[in-house]
Design a protein around this ligand. Structure first.
Ligand code: AMP
Ligand code: ZN
Length: 487
């Protein structure tokens, strides 16, 4: 399907909604900043990845051929939420007395599990910073050659003053260099830098650094921002369509990515910058450093002290997508309960639709409804309005079921196919019984067959034993007219 109406998206760079025109017709290059794997990603991180997964799914739905690149940060000094540069992977490795890549590998295994749990489509490439040191060195050399960086005592710094002669700095985040001075001075030792706003492209190795590489400037390690410039250029080109990440990355990370790209290749890396807003707890951004975070697994296992019961990953994903990606979202038990009810209503509606038979005439237009859902997606990927359209459909399903509305055969099959596509493929939620790992599903199939056999033989003791045993393991089975389900 080729897009017939035009997609508009909010570009953080212009602060406006703009029509989306890809560089190459029908194709989209999208780069999203991935996690720093020094610990398990928290639920806030997951919100950003879920939002970009939804955006990716929308682009696929519009018929674009998408190349989606999301990196893994496994090297470098990261700027923490207090604005200080910290070697988080090195610190975790020292603490656990293992090598840095053991830390990254351990948390990457967890991150990959979380992606499956929350039904995230895998990006086309997940490059790591440590595998692209050479590319980072090459970009730094180019910036030096262009006169926008200088070497000082084995480190390389981006020269903001030289850069300002040719390009503006701070346009994405709306920060003015003069205003930055006040914030930056109090931070790390600034003495090597010629100007307070300069930032490190390459850092000279410190005696306790665990990750060190050779470079033309001596042993050291890359600055954080340069990895994204090197990897986005390698896989998507000097300029590509969409660059995404959480709102908190606008400054300094994305601002410095823009400076590096302009400073090496003369252009902004992306035509459209998309920023996903924060998941909050009691109005405050969820963050490791604030200590107000919980893990995506804790919420499905029911082990987070914040919640009195477990919530299925599909319910949590549904809850996340009930807010637009540019809005902040506060996670509370009350809101999750409301989403759980909504989710169940939607799933019940979908299974009820399977039982509706076609009529001769149609009493409402499926095409109009479909267009309305489509418009929500085209308007800056508006998931909450898409969901409102799905609930509108559920109302119609009940009317169809009660004989108060009718659809002919063609419209009924279009209605079913569109609803399933929007719910499962675009929104990316799954029926609860489909969740969990495949092995569990396999085991459950055997257990359910055994129970069914016991019931057929009127062996109620065995069938109850299976049901009660499963309940103890946290799996509820329900016997209904249509058979038995579990979740
Ligand atoms: P990090 O591993 O800290 O680089 O974060 C990975 C991604 O999660 C980045 O895009 C961050 O902007 C995003 N992020 C961090 N905290 C939150 C939060 N509370 N809500 C939503 N996204 C977040
Ligand atoms: Zn990045």
């Amino acid at each position: 399907m080729t897009p017939n109406k035009s997609l508009h998206l909010y570009n953080s760079l212009s602060g406006k909604k703009e029509p989306f025109v890809p560089i190459h017709e029908g194709r989209v290059g999208m780069y999203v900043c991935g996690p720093t794997l020094y610990s398990e990603p928290h639920m806030g991180n997951m919100r950003t990845f879920i939002n970009f997964d939804f955006i990716y799914r929308c682009l696929l739905h519009f018929g674009y051929q998408v190349k989606y690149v999301r990196n893994i940060t496994d090297a470098g000094h990261i700027t923490n939420s207090a604005g200080q540069e910290v070697d988080s992977i090195g610190s975790a490795a020292r603490l656990e007395q293992v090598q840095p890549l053991e830390i990254v590998y351990k948390y990457n295994v967890k991150f990959q599990e979380l992606q499956r749990l929350y039904n995230l489509l895998p990006p086309n490439i997940e490059p790591t910073a440590t595998a692209h040191i050479q590319e980072q060195i090459e970009v730094i050399e180019q910036i030096l050659e262009n006169g926008f960086a200088y070497v000082e005592n084995g480190s390389v710094y981006f020269d903001v003053k030289a850069y300002l002669q040719h390009f503006p700095y701070g346009e994405l985040s709306g920060r003015k260099v003069e205003e930055l001075e006040h914030e930056t001075r109090a931070l790390n030792a600034q003495e090597e830098k010629r100007f307070f706003a300069d930032f490190a492209l390459w850092k000279k190795a410190q005696p306790d650094d665990m990750q060190v590489w050779r470079s033309p400037w001596g042993n050291g390690n890359p600055g954080w921002h340069i990895e994204c410039t090197a990897m986005s250029t390698k896989y998507l080109g000097k300029q590509f369509d969409i660059h995404g990440g959480g709102m908190d990355l606008k400054f300094p990370h994305h601002e410095d990515e823009i400076a590096q790209n302009c400073g090496s290749f003369g252009c902004n890396p992306a035509r459209y910058w998309l920023h996903a807003n924060m998941l909050n707890v009691n109005g405050q951004k969820m963050s490791k450093s604030f200590g107000n975070y919980f893990l995506p697994k804790e919420i499905v296992e029911g082990s987070s002290p914040l919640f009195s019961k477990p919530y299925a990953a599909s319910v949590v994903r549904f809850f996340m997508l009930q807010a637009h990606y540019r809005s902040t979202l506060d996670i509370t038990e009350e809101a999750l309960n409301a989403s759980e009810k909504g989710f169940e209503r939607l799933m019940e509606g979908l299974s009820l639709l399977d039982k509706v038979s076609p009529s001769k005439e149609s009493s409402f237009s499926v095409e109009d409804w479909k267009q309305s859902a489509e418009s929500a997606l085209l308007d800056d990927f508006n998931a909450p309005i898409l969901i409102a359209n799905l609930f509108e459909a559920v109302k119609q399903i009940h009317a169809l079921n009660e004989g108060k509305a009718q659809l002919n055969e063609t419209d009924l099959s279009l209605f079913k196919a569109t609803l399933a596509h929007l719910t499962f493929e675009v929104l990316g939620i799954e029926p609860i019984e489909n969740q969990g790992n495949d092995r569990l599903a396999g085991v459950m199939e055997v257990v359910m067959a055994l129970r069914q056999k016991a019931r057929e033989q009127k062996d109620w003791a065995s069938s109850d034993m299976i049901r009660d045993g499963l309940a103890k393991a946290g799996i509820q089975i329900k016997d209904g007219k249509e058979g038995t389900t579990w979740g």
